[in-house]
Design a protein around this ligand. Structure first.
Ligand SMILES: Nc1ncnc2c1ncn2[C@@H]1O[C@H](COP(=O)(O)OP(=O)(O)O)[C@@H](O)[C@H]1O
Ligand SMILES: N[C@@H](CC(=O)OP(=O)(O)O)C(=O)O
Length: 450
């Protein structure tokens, strides 16, 4: 049995849905289908989830939602019309949006219910389309599928008790179409996963039904060793380990949501990233152990913008018991989560995503650090990018660090920070955001073109 997830780019319009239906019908093992909300049809288009977020924000600000709601409904209407399906589905979508907007009992998590409407509507459309082709296909709501999640709006996590119920889906006849991106709390509140979270639903269902394979269909032939938007035609990766993919997706390989790997990894379900436009291509396999030798020590270079470094220096910091804990406690008190915390003898930097440490919090946090920890210096440096080199073989190989620093030197880029994490499969560099592209290109040359 296979679980196949189709991302937003794979269900962007009616012609894509026809392709998706063909892929499903081409393999009888594709029994559990997870769908995202319609994504961009072209570069200037807007994802349905983003339209729904805008709708929610306007509603919360008591602004008129008529125009934005009409845009969303029209998007589905065109799709339904081009698939020759009943227009009653459009009326249902429009009514469901109104119900969510008017329901007073979901006030504190209304945005989740709105965001979920993209996936939910698309799942209903795909099952109706498969039925119109004479197939036995059923829309299954995540509540009925058994996806039970924590009560964290926009950031839900699956609860382990889900898996037993999901396993029972195996007995269901025909093809099951399950909307991605959300689940229900024990007290029946709808909660969404983090953005990109349909990948997470796919992994949860794959783990729950103990699938032989989790196929993740997107719009590229494979996972490339570097973001194809930065390097033209980069090398394809045929096989990756869970550990490598987790690091790469965390650090910027947006092709697979970073939290999605955990359920698949725990249940040891192999994952295959494939292209909806080119389904016969093998794609990239993600497995627990490599079956073929990797072509190099570094398997991928991931990068992401939007970080800052909170730098603290205090003479004899190394002798002060609890300094690190007290610094991090201040961040906890202020509701700031951090990513990395490299430290020296008298210095410590805390790397934070800018969205988690808005400028409005800066003055108070700096003042608290200065006064409570009596530091010599505390500064914040914004507009940083992180570049991560990943590969399971890296730690047992000489020269990766020197080759990397050479690559930065070739590009004339100053390294602000190096962090060889404890994961043993990655090394991370912090640089100024504006030098990101040339750094990645130079690293690509050194590790993949020589
Ligand atoms: N290393 C990488 N390999 C492949 N694609 C990548 C990589 N890094 C970033 N991407 C981007 O990820 C995109 C696919 O992810 P996404 O747009 O979320 O797909 P979907 O709509 O199928 O969920 C690709 O089109 C590509 O631009
Ligand atoms: N539609 C949701 C969830 C998702 O996974 O989307 P996509 O498959 O387009 O990345 C989002 O935009 O976040």
């Amino acid at each position: 049995m296979k679980v196949a997830k189709f991302g937003g780019s794979s269900v962007a319009d009616a012609s894509m849905i026809q392709k998706v239906a063909q892929i499903i019908l081409d393999d009888k093992d594709r029994k559990f289908i997870i769908v995202s909300a319609p994504g961009k049809r072209n570069d200037s288009d807007i994802k349905v989830t983003d339209l729904l977020v805008e709708l929610g924000e306007k509603h919360a600000a008591n602004e008129s939602v008529d125009t934005i709601k009409a845009k969303i409904v029209e998007r589905f209407q065109t799709m339904i019309h081009n698939l020759s399906l009943s227009s009653a589905i459009v009326d249902d979508i429009s009514e469901s949006i109104d119900q969510v907007l008017m329901n007073p009992s979901i006030k504190d998590h209304r945005l989740d219910s709105l965001k979920a409407m993209g996936e939910d509507s698309l799942a209903k459309i795909l099952s109706a389309y498969l039925q119109s082709l004479g197939e036995e296909a059923t829309y299954i709501n995540p509540r009925d599928a058994g996806i039970i999640v924590s009560d964290e709006p926009g950031n839900a996590q699956v609860l382990d008790e889900s898996y037993e119920k999901i396993y029972r889906l195996r007995e269901h006849k025909g093809i099951m179409i399950i909307p991605g991106f959300f689940g229900f709390t024990k007290d029946q509140k709808l909660m969404t996963f983090p953005r990109g979270g349909s990948d997470i639903t796919g992994a949860i269902i794959a783990a729950g039904v103990k699938a032989d394979l989790y196929e993740n269909f997107t719009d590229v032939d494979s996972v490339y060793c570097v973001n194809p938007n930065i390097v033209e035609n980069p090398k394809e990766i045929s096989e990756l380990t869970y550990k490598e993919m987790r690091e790469l997706s965390y650090a910027g390989f947006s092709v697979f949501q970073d939290e999605a790997l955990i359920p698949a990894f725990k249940a040891k379900i192999p994952v295959c990233i494939k292209n909806t436009h080119n389904p016969d291509k093998e794609g990239t396999m993600i497995v627990s152990e490599r079956t073929e030798p990797s072509s190099g020590t570094v398997v991928g270079i991931a990068s992401d913008r939007g970080f800052l470094s909170l730098y603290v220096s205090k003479y004899l910091m190394n002798r002060e018991i609890g300094f690190g804990k007290n610094l991090l406690q201040i961040l906890v008190d202020e509701g700031i989560s951090f990513e990395h915390a490299p430290s020296g003898i008298d210095d410590m930097s805390v790397i934070i995503r800018e969205e988690n440490f808005p400028k409005a919090k800066e003055e108070k946090v700096m003042k608290r650090i200065q006064e409570e920890l009596e530091v010599d210096m505390v500064t914040v440096e914004r507009d940083l990018a992180m570049i991560m080199l990943v590969g399971e073989g890296m730690n047992s190989t000489y020269g990766v660090a020197s080759q990397s620093t050479q690559a930065f030197a070739n590009a004339g880029v100053n390294i602000e920070m190096i962090n060889q994490g404890s994961s043993e499969v990655s090394v991370m560099f912090g640089i100024k955001e504006e030098r990101l592209e040339e750094s990645v290109q130079s690293l690509y040359q050194v590790f993949f073109e020589k």
